[in-house]
Design a protein around this ligand. Sequence first.
Ligand code: FES
Length: 149
Amino acid sequence: MPRKTDRRTFIRDTGMSLAALALATHASGCDGGTSVPPPPQNGVEINGNRLRLDISHPDVAGLTASGGFFVFQSFGAIVINVGDDTYRAFSSVCTHDGCTVSQYNGTRMRCPCHGAEFTREGAVQKGPATRALPEFPVTRSGNVLEVAK
Ligand code: FES
């Protein structure tokens, strides 16, 4: 009987390990080893469903250039400068398979996992994604941008 118990234990433990490995592989595989640019350390405040950015702060100043962007993974948003001192924010969760949309070249946002591209309006420009990125409203008061989701 101890042999049967050992076998069951082995199968149970192995099954759990494989399940954990599968989850870890999927989680890390989503970003395919690509790195998400780090968000600014200062000039940023996340409070529940609100993200506040002080664009006068040197850490956030990169956003003020046309084509500038930051990804706030913990908030789930990518904030982009579309030019003419205009900012937009979108969900950074790719609508294809949940990777982080972490790239912006001034005209398109891109998910590095499978190469989906989105316009500055969030629409799908290139698959495999088929759904637009949800947009979050951005309001501005002086040098403070507030993103709400
Ligand atoms: Fe973004 Fe596949 S998860 S392209």
